[in-house]
Design a protein around this ligand. Structure first.
Ligand SMILES: C[S@@+](CC[C@H](N)C(=O)[O-])C[C@H]1O[C@@H](n2cnc3c(N)ncnc32)[C@H](O)[C@@H]1O
Length: 298
């Protein structure tokens, strides 16, 4: 299977419905990843449209580039963090756009690359950087933060109630030797859980991995900053769609959209977040926790 086949875009039909891409439109895909959503958007904005694809991961952009070449549409791919979306659009001289998509988190391409260290399933270095030019890695956090700092991190970004036990166990284990790999960490976290909690549907280290990933990539701050810039980037009537994968992300999305609604800037298009239907869930397990919220600029 080729790299680009590894990531199935989630809630694709729903995104296309709310984003409403049509010939000539200008759309930003702020998380272009492997270009799954982008490819379908590009098909619909042909001819004469423009797609600006952003990603902080240069390897994903390379895959998107291969996938999106050859369409009769302008495609600009930029290796940027979406927290700088406003400055990036100013630099590109794009002007106001018709739609912006955020499909948050990481892609299956990143998750399945064991050397990236995102996955509990594969043994790899404790890395978790979306932008590999960044210095801070998960290994730094796991081996350098104090027990109290680790405990708060796992609680805040992992919403993990066994945070104290996990932090204690990590600090105890790393005194013997540094914790280097995903499998080592997953084992340590599992062993720190009460016996009855070690066999669950989701791996017992899922929340700890989530917490580390969020902190390594400063994910939540970036989402808030980017969403706050959206009204300045959209044309009147322009649409924003955001897909989130856990409650910390969704809370930020919900609150920012609500704030702009109360200021008379946005009309909310999704009274409740849209979730995946049975057909999609049976084909794409990643869609399980996805939630789509959409709004239009007034
Ligand atoms: C869920 S994937 C997107 C998949 C894409 N929609 C597709 O169908 O192929 C999320 C992508 O967003 C990127 N990303 C996450 N946070 C980012 C940020 N703050 N700035 C830029 N890109 C980011 C990740 O590197 C990843 O490639």
């Amino acid at each position: 299977m080729g790299e680009k086949c590894l990531h199935n875009p989630v809630l694709l039909e729903e995104v296309l419905h709310f984003l409403n891409p049509a010939p000539g439109k200008i759309i930003i895909d702020a998380t272009v990843g492997g270009g799954g959503h982008a490819e379908e958007i590009v098909r619909r904005i042909c001819p004469g449209g423009t797609l600006i694809g952003m990603d902080r991961d240069s390897e994903s952009l390379r895959i998107a580039h291969e996938r999106l070449k050859g369409f009769q549409t302008t495609v600009k791919l930029v290796n940027k963090n979406f927290k700088d979306i406003k400055e990036t659009m100013l630099d590109l001289g794009t002007g106001e756009v018709d739609g912006i998509l955020f499909d948050l988190g990481i892609s299956s391409i990143q998750l399945e690359a064991k050397e990236r260290g995102f996955s509990i399933k594969h043994d790899g270095p404790l890395d978790m950087r979306m932008d590999r030019n960044q210095r801070l890695t998960a290994k730094d956090l796991v081996n350098k933060l104090s027990e109290t700092e680790l405990s708060s991190l796992i609680k805040e970004f992992g919403e993990e109630r066994f945070n104290k036990r996990i932090a204690w166990r990590i600090v105890t284990e790393r005194k013997k030797r540094p914790i280097e790999n995903t499998t080592e960490l997953a084992g340590i976290v599992s062993r720190s859980m009460p016996c009855g909690k070690r066999r669950q549907k989701i791996h017992p280290a899922t929340r700890t991995f989530q917490a580390l990933r969020i902190r390594v990539n400063s994910e939540l701050i970036a989402i808030e900053e980017a969403l706050n810039a959206v009204p300045d980037l959209l044309k009147p009537g322009g649409r924003v769609c955001v897909i989130s994968f856990h409650s910390l992300e969704d809370r930020i999305v919900k609150n920012v959209l609500k704030k702009f609604k109360s200021q008379g800037v946005f009309r909310i298009l999704t009274k409740k977040p849209v979730t995946a239907g049975v057909a999609e869930l049976s084909q794409n397990p990643r869609a399980r926790s996805s939630k789509l919220r959409a709004a239009a600029k007034i």
